[in-house]
Design a protein around this ligand. Sequence first.
Ligand code: HAM
Length: 426
Amino acid sequence: MTQIQSLPGFRDFLPDDCARRNYVFGKWREVARRYGFVEWDGPVLEPTELYTKKSGPEIVAQLFNFTDKGEREVALRPELTPTLARVVAAHDREFKKPLKWFSIPQCFRYEKQQRGRLREHFQFNADIIGEASLDADVESIALCIDLLRAFGFGSSDVVVRINDRAAWVKFLTNGGLDNEQIVEFLHVIDKIDRRGIVETRKALEPFGVEWYDVQAMLDNSAYPEDFSPKLNTVLQRLDERGFADFVKRDFSLVRGLAYYTGVVFEAFDRGGKLRALAGGGRYDNLIHQLSDGAVSLPAIGFAMGDVVLGELINEIPAAKTQMETTIASKQDLDIYIVIAKEERRADALVQVQSLRDADYRVDYPLSPAKVGKQFQTAEQLGARVAILFGDEWPEVKIKHMSSGEQMLVPPETIALRLSEIFDPSS
Ligand code: HAM
């Protein structure tokens, strides 16, 4: 019989993987709260229509969708933004604006598995809803940078590329393109890194825009100050917040999702070896469009994926060390109870319970084992202290695992002795 394997692009999270995942989620939550964002979530399964309406052809082609037993067309969420737009429109009157909401959904995209791209991933989303001011754009990009900094990355490790889609819209409207053509044109520009200049130029021919002008946009020589004064303001405010080294203006960045209307940004590793770490932008029409005009709210936000982030953490030594140290300090056991004499098991368990009640992380052997084996387990679990229940009863032996130092104490003084070891200042 062949063993059943997991599906391609889906991960198992063994304890070490879960520890790394918790570390990443912990940092995401910590920094989001520092910025005043609150957590929310939506359903994993949505009506397929939510995505076919506005997300753009790439995401629709990647949908994990099916017809359910009630004949409904449904899809696993490939992203959270359409759900957010739906939820915000449905609860518009209940919340004062602007909303600053974050979430950590698992998302599903049926794409070819490759480095940095799987069929499921977790994504930290942070969105500001109901605020049109450019300060919201700045806040969103600043949060993205501060998240990266929290993982131990500096400006020599990561860069956030920023553009204003409106610059292209103005440029292309001047060139006589209508809205639909603009979306298609920008879709071609979005693929420029993968396709290269020659192919891009060919793909753009049918739009009838002078290649010379397009190139001037791409290499910034047409300097589109006239096309996007907003971008300059955003960059200047980021500079004032000390983030100048982390950001770069880049007119070739337009983002694949169709709903963006203004500032767009994407975070990459400086080496340029990996896929995008995060991406987002302003989407001022999506809530209006998805609610059929019932609710209109400007919005800006971004998402950071766990897959590429994990790859970059492994590549940057400072980030990796920080992760490993944090995980070790969270996982290690405080105390291992060694039961050297089975007659003492009941006494030992009374201690286990009271130490756990006192918030220590405590473990002990569930079945009889040789004392040497038990000490080995204590070491493997990273226990700082072992307490031995055996021949010395009514005293127990407290052993400091790293120094090997031991002392015999009556059980009633265990708590005091431990507080001296674990909290020497008190
Ligand atoms: P996105 O650029 O499609 O944006 O995805 C955001 C991030 O999620 C990417 O930069 C990448 O790190 C990660 N990601 C996406 N697809 C995959 C995949 N197949 N495997 C691994 N990681 C992946 C959005 O999803 C927008 N909804 C973000 C947003 C929020 N815009 C406004 N608010």
